[in-house]
Design a protein around this ligand. Structure first.
Ligand code: SF4
Length: 469
């Protein structure tokens, strides 16, 4: 198999890839499905019709906090995750709330009141996937004309309910045929690298270039890099309270300012190296919590780690200007590790807990950093394994379903672990006891046995231990 890194890194909006981007994509798909059905010669899809959306499982429990309802509206209005500029989206959402109807292609205006036609169904338990949502187009008598049920499987990926097989942790992103190198695990990738005498980044680059023109490939990668960098920068200069009612104050800008002042006055203490990383990661996750543009890496909840480590590498490890190609290499290696984890286990907090989100992102960043530091293929594998291993068992328990506490700080620690893992791996020769593939399998098994209370339902852990104020 080979999955393009562009299936792992996607530009979108916060706060959650599975609870925001996934529902938005599902709504967009349903909109396209309606158009297709309405274009059929004998179609009876004609107004007056009513549209109803049902959010189930984890989407019902924490959908409000993750703005899943807003995301559904945006998708139904035709906005795509990587193109949802704040101003037009706000204007159209306000119009929808007022009109209580929206226009669907080939059908015309259908009744849709976001307040009452988006149901948070917490009772349905017989679900193909923890993040399930359905759309129905009904006539005035309640007769269903068109229905589809989708599962948001993490990282913004969406499949129909019928695509999800019993017991399968996740359906896979599109596999790419027509590439020169196929591998199903890190051990297969390492064997391939040894046989071909190529590095991991060379294998990935050869595969990607078999799928697209060099210019397109490079400009897509550069767009990911610059979107990540802009997101860090925005977060480092934004202050105030985050939305959602938890009264969480942004902290990244303040920390960043203080670090800058201490650096200028030569009072920097050694332990503060980590504080820079914290500021960078928290900047991204504060932007995500605010519903602004981020790159899923590999999810929104864990979006801060990969950009933070990249910025740390560019500003604190390398002394000169880091060429864009180095940042491309970093993302290519990180994306390759992410796609192996996604293929063999999961990157979804609703499926395996936070180990699948922050743990995966940390492993990806560790691998990417190790690669640009000149690590061998074996050291890269070792770096990813160290970072993932020390996130095993990590639960997902966001307070009030908001991607804020513990998520924002958790990204800071994911970044710190990633840098330490890369550094530790560079001290060795790549030989170690626990292979990455086995560690991924341990994560999959742990996730399967984890109570659903700790899988993005906000029914356990920190989410139920907030002191009353
Ligand atoms: S706790 Fe982890 S998995 Fe859960 S929402 Fe936060 S970052 Fe995502």
């Amino acid at each position: 198999m080979f999955h393009s890194v562009f299936q792992i890194f996607k530009i979108g909006i916060g706060p959650s890839s599975s609870h925001t981007m996934g529902p938005m994509t599902a709504a967009l798909e349903f909109r396209a499905r309606v158009k297709e059905a309405a274009e059929q010669p004998k179609s009876d899809l004609k107004a007056p019709l009513r549209l109803v959306c049902r959010l189930m499982g984890s989407l019902a429990f924490t959908g409000k906090g993750h703005a899943s309802d807003r995301a559904v509206c945006l998708g139904l209005l035709g906005f795509e995750p990587d193109n949802a500029d704040p101003e037009p989206t706000q204007a159209q959402l306000a119009q929808l709330a007022e009109r209580k109807s929206l226009e669907l292609p080939e059908v015309g205006f259908v009744a849709f009141d976001p307040e009452t036609d988006i149901e948070f169904d917490m009772d349905e338990t017989d679900l193909a996937h923890p993040n399930t949502l359905s759309f129905e187009l009904r006539n005035p008598d309640g007769l269903v004309f068109l229905k589809e049920t989708y599962c948001s499987i993490g990282g913004g990926f969406v499949v129909t309910e019928s695509d999800v097989k019993d017991g399968a942790l996740c359906a896979l992103p599109k596999q790419e045929s027509g590439v020169p190198y196929h591998f199903n695990s890190m051990s297969e990738l390492l064997a391939l690298c040894a046989k071909e005498k190529l590095s991991i980044v060379e294998i990935t680059r050869h595969n990607e270039l078999a799928l697209q023109e060099k210019d397109d490939f490079e400009s897509q990668l550069t767009r990911l890099v610059t979107t990540m960098e802009r997101c860090v920068e925005r977060g480092l200069h934004s202050e105030g309270q985050l939305p959602g009612g938890l009264k969480v104050e942004r902290r990244a800008a303040k920390i960043f300012r203080r670090l800058g002042e201490e650096k200028l006055s030569n009072t920097t203490r050694p332990h503060m190296a980590n504080d820079w990383m914290c500021a960078y990661a928290m900047a991204v996750n504060e932007e995500n919590a605010a519903g602004n543009q981020v790159v899923t890496a590999p999810t929104n909840g864990a979006a801060g780690i990969i950009p933070a480590v990249m910025r740390f590498y560019c500003e604190h490890i390398e002394t000169g200007t880091v060429p864009m190609v180095k940042r491309h290499d970093y993302l290519l290696v990180a994306g390759t590790v992410g796609s192996i984890i996604k293929q063999r286990a999961s990157i979804s907090g609703a499926e395996v807990g936070c180990q699948g989100e922050v743990g995966s992102a940390s492993a990806m960043a560790a691998a990417g950093l190790c690669a640009v530091l000149g690590g061998s293929n074996e050291q890269i594998e070792n770096a990813a394994e160290i970072a993932l291993e020390h996130h095993l068992g990590l639960t997902c328990d966001p307070i009030r379903g908001l991607v804020q506490v513990p998520c924002i700080e958790r990204n800071a620690f994911g970044a710190i672990k990633a840098v330490s893992a890369a550094s530790l791996a560079m001290h060795g020769d790549g030989q170690h006891i626990m292979p990455l593939d086995n560690c991924i399998e341990a994560m999959r098994q742990t996730g399967l046995e984890m109570s659903s209370k700790y899988k993005e339902t906000s029914q356990g852990g920190l989410a139920v231990n907030l002191p009353e104020c």
